[in-house]
Design a binder for this molecule. Structure first.
Ligand code: 13P
Length: 287
């Protein structure tokens, strides 16, 4: 099987993006895998620190490997938003394909120094790295009193990101261009595509990542891919689809106590969202 770098480079060359789909239990994972299998798409599975603590780092790797060998699909695993070197080191040692160090709230100098440590450790193990410059934030409408515009200083500074990439040697960069984690009932995030253009101009080789993929308008996603985004992270939309459908299934049949009888509709709901994203990102038939 080709490695993750191969697919990211291919995506960069051909202008499509690989989805990272987060999960924290087997039934969500089932839905993600079914979609990738059906549409013959490479995918990245994501676990945040919280998700991987719930699931177990070892267990996440074992699940990924089980699906990889059973269905022969390019399925990769990323540790998403790791905040400490120690935790990322564990994930690297255990068999994650990629780790994302989130030092975005640190001063640039410290972010660079800590990222370098992660990169050094990951490179030895042949693991890819993702870093972050600029603060992405979570449902910015909560953060800024109903105004879901990020503060200008939260957004990725193109010059700083160039310096960050040069000094750390990180493989990929998560950008803050108006995207935020979660979905806001107040509206979709508006992407600063001009900023993305400037970043791409200065960063030619490294792959660019769009976090907070839930709730971004289709045309904005397409534009971001055209401008060089090759990895898009999706979590909230999967959680919403899973939880809403599961609640409904339990409500319709409150006496049902057999998980394999009440879980399938929630699994299919996750599958549906992932299929839509794969088609939008253009990663169908790219294995
Ligand atoms: P959403 O929850 O907005 O989809 O963002 C997911 C993400 O970026 C994970 O890193």
């Amino acid at each position: 099987m080709k490695n993750l770098q191969y697919y990211l480079k291919k995506a960069q060359k051909e202008k499509w993006a690989i989805g990272q789909f987060n999960f924290s239990d087997l039934s969500q994972l089932e839905g993600i895998i079914e979609a990738a299998k059906k549409l013959k798409s490479p995918i990245i599975l994501g676990t945040s620190e919280g998700e991987s603590r719930f699931l177990g780092l070892k267990q996440a790797v074992a699940l990924k490997e089980a699906y990889q060998s059973e269905i022969g699909l390019p399925v990769f695993l990323n540790l998403d938003h790791g905040k400490s070197f120690e935790y990322l080191r564990k994930a690297i040692g255990i068999g994650y394909d990629m780790v994302h160090f989130d030092g975005s709230r640190l001063p640039l100098k410290d972010n660079i120094a800590e990222t370098k440590e992660v990169v050094r450790c990951a490179k030895k193990a042949g693991v890819l790295t993702e870093g972050e410059v600029g603060v992405i934030g979570t449902d910015a409408s909560k953060l800024y009193e109903g105004k879901f515009i990020l503060k200008p200083e939260d957004l990725t500074n193109p010059k700083e990101s160039e310096q960050y990439i040069k000094e750390t040697g990180v493989d990929g960069l998560a950008v803050s261009i108006g995207n935020f984690h979660g979905v806001s009932i107040k509206g979709n995030p508006k992407l600063d595509t001009e900023r993305l253009k400037q970043i791409r101009k200065l960063i030619k080789e490294s792959f660019l990542v769009l976090h907070g993929g839930s709730g971004i308008k289709k045309q904005d996603i397409k534009k971001a891919i055209k401008l060089g985004i090759v990895k898009i992270n999706i979590n909230t939309e999967l959680r919403l689809a899973y939880t809403k459908t599961l609640k409904k299934a339990l409500q319709i049949n409150p006496k049902e106590t057999t998980p394999y009888k009440y879980l399938p509709s929630a699994i299919r709901a996750v599958q549906k969202v992932v299929e839509e994203k794969i088609l939008l990102f253009g990663s169908k038939n790219k294995i």
